[in-house]
Design a binder for this molecule. Structure first.
Ligand code: PBG
Length: 349
């Protein structure tokens, strides 16, 4: 066998062998499980997954209509879930609070309540499942009556710098309450740097920052907004003045570069599956830990088809997660984390 040249575009040269077929038969590598196992390039494990969880109190707890199979958990159910996840080898959860309307305000003050739901939930999880990493969202939308991630100025525009002031206090409070990782999901300019500085000043050198760096203004967040009760408040208003235009890709690299510069430890691309090209570009360009968020709309879309027997749950889910991992995300936020971890364990047994 001798090489006679290369084919393909320059970035991906494939050697061609003289007289390829039948000397070369790609199917040889696919003929049986043993060889498919040996040559598999991407291996998903429970260790790659983060389980987002909604926490609520009183009447607000219960099933989420827009996300069949997901619940708003009481603190007690949250702790039980945390223990199961820890046993299954899922390394971390991401907490999302459901705040009663009566505690929301136009300035979202409840976000800074030291006795609020998030500080209490962090403490409860830490007690129940000490090894599990706790990631908390930094943004104001669960707390504001208008459903935006930040504060509005007199014209109703989301005021960047005033919002960052509150976000840094929110991040400090949750970090002091024991969160391992704070995850600003608001897309304000300069918030990662401000949060890093306030954490450093407080001696919280080990608190990680996972920044939602390339977060798009996506229609796929609809079911989540129902889950936390922000969609009615947000009404027809969109988040396009702060979240990114789905048509853009260079802008994502710029956002990621800025957040890394400001001290982000992990960067996220969100949503997941429709944005695989962004994940790949970020991974190739920066070589840092990348997270992807398989968001509520991706989840509900699959659940809807599965419920009607149009798709096989395990098949589509494992494929979608593998593809997110293959595209370059080390970490995947998915509402399916617990189910996927169980399936992964079964397939290894
Ligand atoms: C809020 C936030 C959102 C999600 C995570 N954090 C919604 C939004 O930006 O409107 C979406 C998660 C999902 O859809 O699963 N800052």
């Amino acid at each position: 066998i001798r090489y006679i040249g290369v084919t393909g575009v320059q970035t991906c040269a494939i050697p061609i062998l003289a007289g390829a077929y039948p000397l070369t038969r790609p199917r040889r590598l696919r003929q049986a499980p043993f060889v498919r196992d040996l040559v598999r390039e991407t291996r998903l494990s429970a260790g790659n997954l983060v389980q987002p969880l909604f926490v609520a109190e009183g009447d607000l707890a219960g099933p989420i209509t827009s996300m069949p199979g997901c619940d708003r958990l009481t603190l007690e159910a949250l702790c039980e879930t945390a223990q199961r996840l820890q046993t299954l080898g899922v390394p971390a959860i991401a907490l999302f609070p459901v705040i009663p309307q009566g505690r929301k305000s136009d300035r979202g003050e409840e976000a800074l309540n030291p006795e609020g739901l998030v500080p209490r939930a962090i403490a409860a999880v830490k007690q129940a499942a000490p090894q599990l990493g706790v990631i908390v969202d930094i943004a104001l939308d669960p707390y504001t009556t208008h459903g935006h991630d930040g504060l509005l100025d007199a014209e109703g525009y989301v005021d960047n710098d005033a919002t960052v002031e509150v976000l840094r206090k929110q991040a400090l409070l949750y970090a002091r309450s024991g969160a391992d990782m704070v995850a600003p999901s608001d897309m304000m300019d300069g918030r990662v740097g401000e949060i890093r500085r306030v954490l450093e000043r407080d001696g919280l050198h080990r608190t990680l920052i996972l920044s939602y760096a390339a977060k798009y203004a996506s229609a796929f967040y609809g079911p989540f907004r129902d889950a936390v009760g922000s969609s009615a408040n947000l009404g027809k208003a969109g988040k396009q003045t702060y979240q990114m235009d789905p048509a853009n890709t260079d802008e994502a690299l710029r956002e990621v570069a800025l957040d890394l510069d400001e001290g982000a430890d992990i960067v996220m691309v969100k949503p997941g599956l429709p944005y695989l090209d962004i994940i790949r570009r970020v991974k190739d360009r920066f070589g840092v830990p990348v997270a992807a968020y398989q968001v509520s709309g991706e989840y509900s879309m699959m659940q809807a088809a599965i419920a009607r027997d149009m798709l096989d749950e395990r098949g589509v889910l494992m494929e979608a997660l593998t593809c997110l991992h293959r595209a370059g995300s080390d970490i995947i936020f998915t509402y399916y984390a617990e189910r996927a971890a169980r399936w992964l364990r079964e397939s290894q047994a």
